[in-house]
Design a protein around this ligand. Structure first.
Ligand SMILES: [Zn+2]
Ligand SMILES: [Zn+2]
Length: 238
């Protein structure tokens, strides 16, 4: 009914479409080319996939098992992320989650289990209030629908004294991220006294991986949690 009253147009080409991105534009967004670092998903030169030789991974503790990202940083991809986050682009969550669904299908590590629980990277209460939604939460919800998985909002982001990650240097980001995230104790814990063993952290962008590492570190402190994998929409930089 609603789609009849308000027919959707594709955000990229402007043609009428069933959702906010038409199948042609979705298919045309540049994916991360193989080969990639087997740990963090960075595209690598030659056939080198060893994390110990990856610039992004060397010297960092392995807080998450694997991280994968769907799209390369292109002007179009960034434009979509920008609209999704800052222009009440909540309707983009559904087609963008399809990219994560497709990436999941191409990741044997994720296909090997059925019991993953999706955990969105949280935003501060202030952002939630001004934006009206958490973009990572919306992606996780739409992905959960496509893959028939559960979403648990286990993490919270502190408001006080936390600067926006986008304006910080790599070292400052790492320290800032470690301070920013902590775990909530949901009703689930009160009932079951343990957490799901395998989790997939969901976010819109992956830059240095500091947010993913900070969140995975917190989640792995929870009783019963054995593994945290990471799935993001766009890889920024390398
Ligand atoms: Zn289109
Ligand atoms: Zn790597």
């Amino acid at each position: 009914m609603l789609s009849w009253l308000f027919p959707a147009t594709c955000e990229l080409c402007g043609e009428s479409a069933e959702q906010a991105l038409c199948p042609g534009c979705l298919a045309g967004l540049p994916r991360i080319p193989a080969p990639i670092c087997l740990h963090c998903g960075a595209p690598t030169a030659g056939q080198q996939t060893d994390p110990d030789r990856c610039e992004n991974c060397a010297g960092h503790p392995r807080a998450f098992s694997i991280a994968r990202q769907a799209l390369r940083q292109t002007e179009q991809a960034m434009q979509l992320i920008y609209r999704f986050k800052y222009h009440r682009g909540i309707h983009l969550a559904r087609p963008l989650a399809q990219l994560l669904h497709e990436l999941w299908e191409q990741t044997p590590h994720l296909l090997a289990r059925q019991d993953w629980v999706l955990v969105p990277v949280p935003v501060t209460q202030g952002k939630l209030y001004s934006r009206g939604y958490n973009q990572a939460g919306e992606l996780a919800r739409q992905l959960a629908r496509l893959r028939r998985l559960r979403v648990m909002e286990l993490l919270e982001r502190r408001d006080t004294g936390v600067l926006s990650q986008t304006r910080l240097t790599a070292t400052a980001r790492r320290l800032n991220a470690m301070r920013a995230y902590h775990c909530r104790r949901p009703a689930f814990w009160e009932r079951h006294r343990r957490y799901p063993s395998h989790m997939v952290l969901v976010d819109d962008v992956f830059t240095t991986g500091s947010t993913a590492r900070a969140c995975a570190t917190q989640l792995r402190k929870l009783p019963g949690v054995k593994e945290v994998a990471v799935l993001c929409l766009v890889r920024i930089g390398t």
